[in-house]
Design a protein around this ligand. Structure first.
Ligand SMILES: Nc1ncnc2c1ncn2[C@@H]1O[C@H](COP(=O)(O)OP(=O)(O)OP(=O)(O)O)[C@@H](O)[C@H]1O
Length: 291
C-alpha cells in the first residue's frame, strides 16, 4: 500500500504537458577586480538549469542566500536575460522584451512580490492597484468587477476596494498583492518569499489563501523561500538550489525523509520544529516521526 506520506509523485506530472520549461540556462557575472590591470573573474550563478513546471502544481524553490533562486525567478519572469539557454511557455519562447511583446506571457504568468509595503504604490487605492494589470495587459473584462472577484478570492470584501495601502495590515496588504497577481486569471504564479515579514498567524492565513486559490483555479505556483517548513506546508514538490545548480528536485515529503544533498540537510536542520500536519497529505504522527 502506498505511504500516505507520498504526495503527488514526479511521474504524475510528467503525464501532462509542462507549462513552463527551461533548457540549459546559464548566467555568469563579473566579480570585482582584485587588481586594476587584471580583468575580474566571472562567477556562474546559474548552471545548465533544466526545469519543467506543470499545470496546477505547487513547487518550492529553496536554497541558502546567494544560491541563485532570485536569478532563476527573474529569468522566468523575463526580467533578466540568461547568457545561454531557453525558456518556453507552452512551446512559445520567453525572452526579456517590451510590455507589448510580452503581454501574452504577463497575462499567463504573474508575480507575487516579497514586500507588499514597497511593491504597492501608496498613492493608489486597492481598486486601482488590483485593476491596473488588467488595463495594462488589455484583458477583456470589466476591471472593477474582476477586482472585486479577485479580492473576494483572497478573503477581502468590497469595502477594501476604496482603501489605500497605508490603511491595510501586513497580511491584508499581502492579500491585495495576491489579488493583483490573480486578477488576470494567470495559469502560473511566481512568488518571491511571499510570506517573509508576516507573523505566524497571518502567515498561516496567507498559506491557506494561496493553497485554496491554486486548488480552486488550477493555478500553478513556484515559490522562492528560505523557510523549508513553509514550503512543506504548501508545495508538493521542492527544488533545492546550491551554487547556481538545482541539486534536488523531488516530492517534498521524500526530500524531508531522505535528503540526498548536503545543502538539503543543512536547510532541514535549520528548521527547528515542523508544525504538526505540515506536510501535504500526511498525518500528525507521521510528521512527528520525521522531525
Ligand atoms: N548583477 C549581479 N552582479 C554581481 N553579482 C550578482 C548579480 N546578481 C546576482 N549576483 C550574485 O549571484 C549570486 C546569486 O544571487 P541570487 O540573488 O540569485 O541568490 P538568492 O539565492 O536569491 O539569494 P537570496 O536568498 O539572498 O535572495 C549571489 O552570489 C549574488 O551576489
Amino acid at each position: 500500500m502506498p505511504s500516505p506520506l507520498l504526495p503527488i509523485e514526479r511521474a504524475a506530472f510528467n503525464s501532462s504537458e509542462a507549462f513552463l520549461c527551461t533548457h540549459g540556462l546559464n548566467k555568469s557575472v563579473s566579480l570585482p577586480r582584485e587588481v586594476f590591470w587584471r580583468a575580474g573573474e566571472r562567477k556562474r550563478i546559474m548552471h545548465d538549469i533544466d526545469l519543467s513546471l506543470y499545470p496546477g502544481e505547487r513547487v518550492g524553490l529553496v536554497g541558502v542566500s546567494g544560491s541563485g533562486k532570485t536569478t532563476l525567478l527573474r529569468s522566468l519572469l523575463a526580467l533578466e536575460a540568461p547568457d545561454s539557454g531557453s525558456i518556453t511557455c507552452q512551446h512559445r519562447p520567453v525572452r526579456p522584451a517590451s510590455t507589448a511583446q510580452l503581454r501574452w506571457y504577463r497575462r499567463a504568468v504573474q508575480y507575487i512580490p516579497q514586500d507588499p509595503a514597497s511593491s504597492l504604490d501608496p498613492r493608489m487605492s486597492v481598486r486601482a492597484l488590483v485593476s491596473e494589470p488588467l488595463i495594462r495587459l488589455h484583458v477583456d473584462c470589466d476591471p472593477d468587477e474582476r477586482a472585486r472577484e479577485a479580492l473576494a478570492q483572497v478573503g477581502l470584501d468590497a469595502p477594501f476596494l476604496d482603501r489605500q495601502p497605508h490603511q491595510l495590515s501586513g497580511g491584508q496588504a499581502q492579500r491585495v498583492a495576491i489579488a493583483r497577481a490573480i486578477a488576470t486569471r494567470p495559469r502560473f504564479l511566481l512568488a518571491d518569499e511571499p510570506l517573509s515579514g508576516l507573523d505566524l498567524p497571518v502567515r498561516a492565513q496567507v498559506i491557506k489563501v494561496l493553497k485554496n486559490l491554486c486548488d480552486e483555479n488550477g493555478t500553478g505556483l513556484l515559490m522562492v523561500s528560505h523557510d523549508l517548513s513553509v514550503v512543506a506546508q504548501l508545495c508538493q514538490r521542492t527544488l533545492v538550489m546550491h551554487d547556481g545548480n538545482i541539486v534536488e528536485d523531488r516530492p517534498t515529503a521524500g526530500l524531508w525523509r531522505t535528503p540526498r544533498h548536503p545543502a538539503t540537510w543543512a536547510l532541514i536542520n535549520a528548521v527547528s520544529q515542523l508544525p504538526k500536519c505540515a506536510l501535504p497529505d500526511c498525518n500528525a504522527a507521521e510528521v512527528e516521526a520525521l522531525v
